[in-house]
Design a binder for this molecule. Structure first.
Ligand code: NAD
Ligand code: DAU
Length: 352
């Protein structure tokens, strides 16, 4: 077994689906608190797959996590669980400290105790993979080189500060206790099952629902976009071949200004599902107040993971964004349940 945390969220669910698509893969124990961002509908394709075991719970639960480790004896942990939305972290940072820092601390401590109790051969193969973000490196100017693994940490938002803190804990557990960790710092993901609070799914769904497409500030902020399936393949490579104690930057070499991302989505929608009035979806673009402390540019230098682990993304931005728009058009039931909030009803029923 492997244990993943946060596996009902956007990246974690894609990871579980990709992992279990290979019939030879080990089983997955999936621990998720099912916050507003956790959605069991993402995992529906695994409903009849006995290799997938879903556990509703918190990475910070000091009784549950040791029990899961004892019961399932995972040979690896991949930690996706986090509060992940920058805007939410600005309004209400407390949950970010609770899950991203304290939760990761509790998970590390439980995992270290479990690892200490393993026999020598199990101890050797075990690893703890921490999934993190490029935002820990802060913001770049237009002419700065892309982030490398040796760049200083300069987090600017409550979200990125909490992720930076978790990265430091993971690093320290390796250096102090010899606990076998790897960390990946990835750029902006997009793809299926992305919760529509983030730019790309928000714009696709607002466009289709005749709502404004909100662009913060001047829309010239740059993000480096990676298709979620490529992030999942990078995690698999690092989990299998990554060197313990190392960090790997993961990115798609796809730097785009926000306004260009939004215009690209509008052009694709104009082709795939033209507006009934014949106008372009770009008419719905609306510039709104900027995000406080908005980082100007992120860019990932992914040469280390390419050189050392021979990982390469399969999708370009053009192919990945087209697939993504098509996925949202092809999955109206998922979209409806998320937009109406009905995906949470099952939760109430099951877990009251
Ligand atoms: P998400 O918000 O879609 O999903 C997070 C999942 O974690 C949800 O299912 C939620 O229920 C669960 N969760 C939250 N708190 C928990 C807790 N205390 N215990 C157990 N589960 C909990 O996030 P995502 O976009 O899938 O991101 C996954 C990870 O990847 C995060 O660590 C994030 O920092 C990192 N990351 C995300 C991106 C991106 O572009 N989305 C890029 C780089 C790194
Ligand atoms: O870089 C990796 C990070 O990417 C991850 O660690 C985070 O978990 C993930 O949420 C994402 O953070 P961003 O803040 O970059 O993503 P978001 O989709 O919220 O915003 C992308 C850009 O678009 C950013 O510059 C803000 C802008 N934006 C966002 C929203 C939601 C808008 O202009 N309008 C919007 O309505």
């Amino acid at each position: 077994m492997i244990l993943i945390t946060g596996g009902a969220g956007f990246i974690g669910s894609n990871f579980a689906l990709n992992w279990l698509a290979d019939s030879a893969s080990e089983g997955v124990v999936n621990l998720d608190k099912l916050t507003y961002a956790g959605n069991l509908a993402n995992l529906e394709p695994l409903n009849n797959d006995l290799r997938h075991i879903f556990i509703h719970g918190d990475i910070g639960d000091k009784e549950l996590v040791p029990k899961l480790l004892k019961d399932y004896q995972p040979r690896a942990i991949v930690n996706f669980a986090a509060e992940s939305h920058v805007d939410r972290s600005i309004h209400d940072p407390a949950e970010f400290v609770a899950t991203n820092i304290i939760g990761t601390f509790n998970l590390l401590e439980s995992a270290r105790e479990y690892w200490n109790g393993l026999n020598e051969s199990a101890k050797k193969v075990f690893r703890f993979h921490h999934v993190s973000t490029d935002e820990v490196y802060g913001s770049l100017s237009l002419t700065d080189p892309a982030f490398t693994e040796t760049d200083a940490y300069e987090p600017n938002s409550p979200y990125s500060a909490s992720k930076a803190a978790s990265d430091h804990l993971v690093r320290a557990w390796f250096h102090t206790y010899g606990f076998p960790v790897v960390t990946t710092n990835c750029s902006n993901n997009y793809g299926p099952y992305h919760f529509p609070e983030k730019l790309i799914p928000l714009v696709i769904l607002n466009a289709l629902n005749s709502k404004p497409l909100p662009i913060y500030g001047d829309g010239q902020q740059i993000r480096d976009w990676l298709y979620v399936g490529d992030h999942c393949s990078a995690i698999r490579e690092v989990l299998t071949k990554g060197k313990l104690g190392e960090t790997y930057n993961i990115g798609g070499w796809n730097e785009k200004a926000n306004i260009d991302v939004v215009k690209t989505i509008c052009t694709i929608l104009d082709q795939l599902k033209p507006r009934s009035d014949g106008k372009s979806y770009a008419e719905q673009i609306t510039f709104v107040k900027d995000r406080p402390g908005h980082d100007r540019r992120y860019a990932i230098d992914a040469s280390k993971v390419e050189r050392e682990l021979a990982w390469r993304p399969e999708e370009t931005f053009d192919t990945g964004i087209r697939k993504t728009v098509q996925w949202y058009l092809d999955n109206p039931a998922w979209v409806e349940s998320v937009l109406s909030g009905s995906y949470r009803d099952w939760l109430k029923k099951q877990y009251r």
